[in-house]
Unconditional design. Structure first.
Ligand code: TXA
Ligand code: MG
Length: 333
């Protein structure tokens, strides 16, 4: 059951934000660690709490697309169309920043990332903050830098309880992986970070092809090789090699945590020293449970986490992207 967030909770959160403190709140993608985007000391506190390098920019969360001009000096037609179609929702737009937008939140770049999230608690917070004169809340995922993003309030408290004034508990996040990021600051819109809104859906909405993300693209911290990572080494294994790989590890005396299709789990049968979790069949269900599953597998005191590579196809791209980054710390993995 989703716990209720009262109007008093929202009011207290706005007071905390106005005071320069940090408030964790639910969005439909993952929980965010929020700070008043106009308050330099609050933003500094946010970076310190996450352990995030200062040149990694954050996303400004706004109450509605009407507030885009407060943050962007140009709102191109593509941005208007995407905001109208996907907001509130799991899409972030990168735009040329308006004057007065702090270097501290853009990593010193000439662009700013903005999103209007769909979670009802996030929208209540953003609207109440707006009414109190706070016109944007910067909110990176509420995890320590490089670690697994939180999809419940309990995940946030485990990692950042001491750093936040409040954690608003809006239940488990419905989408489960971070927003799709689309850069609309250049000649052609392009996807910088895949998510559950696919590049195809973005292109359909615009009625035009997208540009390629290039090496010269603006910094995206999720683009670091090792990111979203559990502490246990994670290995992505093709479906047809999964059973053999599990047996090889078990035979060498290692405990194994496994996220794989029901077919693979059936082929393996029960084994001591194997913690097995069935992978959901649809991308939506897979994404929703992904980070909680990785946390559970990470807590299994295993030598390895094996994840069966998800199916190919556009709908799975955001998921496969996060799994690749989570596995980047494993040699050859
Ligand atoms: O779903 C989400 O987007 C979640 C929720 C809380 O809204 N937030 C999130 O924030 O994932 P974070 O800080 O973990 O990731 C923000 C991403 C980073 O990859 C960052 O580099 C990118 O946004 N970003 C921010 N400003 C940018 C800019 N001006 N140009 C390019 N990328 C930018
Ligand atoms: Mg993050």
């Amino acid at each position: 059951m989703t716990p209720a967030v009262s109007d008093q909770d929202i009011a207290a959160a706005v007071v905390a934000l106005a005071d320069g403190q940090l408030v964790a709140f639910p969005t439909e993608t993952v929980y965010g660690l929020g700070a008043n985007a106009r308050n330099a000391a609050a933003v500094a506190r946010l970076y310190a709490a996450k352990g995030r390098p200062p040149d990694h920019p954050v996303i400004v969360h706004i109450a509605s697309a009407d507030d885009l001009p407060l943050w962007a000096r140009e709102v191109p037609d593509a941005a208007r169309a995407l905001a109208a179609h996907f907001w509130p929702g799991p899409l972030t737009l990168v735009l040329k920043r308006a004057s007065g937008v702090r270097d501290a939140i853009t990593g010193g770049q000439d662009t700013v990332a903005v999103r209007c999230p769909a979670h009802p608690v996030a929208l209540r917070l953003l609207r109440a903050a707006h009414a109190a004169g706070i016109d944007g809340i910067v909110a990176p995922s509420a995890n320590r830098f490089g670690r697994i993003s939180p999809t419940t309030a309990a995940h946030v408290r485990e990692e950042l309880a001491d750093a936040v004034a409040m954690v608003l508990d809006g239940g488990a996040c419905a989408v489960g992986i971070e927003s799709t990021i689309v850069d609309v600051s250049g000649e052609r819109p392009r996807v910088l970070r895949p998510g559950m809104i696919t590049a195809e859906e973005v292109a359909d909405c615009l009625g035009a092809g997208l540009g390629e993300a290039t090496a010269g693209a603006p910094r995206v911290s999720g683009a670091l090789a090792s990111h979203y990572a559990p502490l246990t080494p994670l290995e992505l294994v093709d479906a047809d090699q999964c059973v053999a790989r599990v047996h090889a590890l078990l035979d060498s005396g290692q405990r194994v945590a496994l996220l794989a299709s029901p077919a693979t789990l059936r082929a393996l049968g029960a084994a001591t020293d194997l913690i097995a979790m069935p992978a959901p069949a649809t991308p939506e269900a897979y994404a929703r449970s992904l980070y909680a599953n990785l946390r559970a597998l990470d807590g299994g005191a295993c030598a390895r986490i094996l994840v069966e590579t998800p199916p190919p196809g556009a709908a799975w791209r955001g998921i496969t992207d996060r799994l690749r980054r989570a596995s980047a710390a494993v040699p050859g993995g």
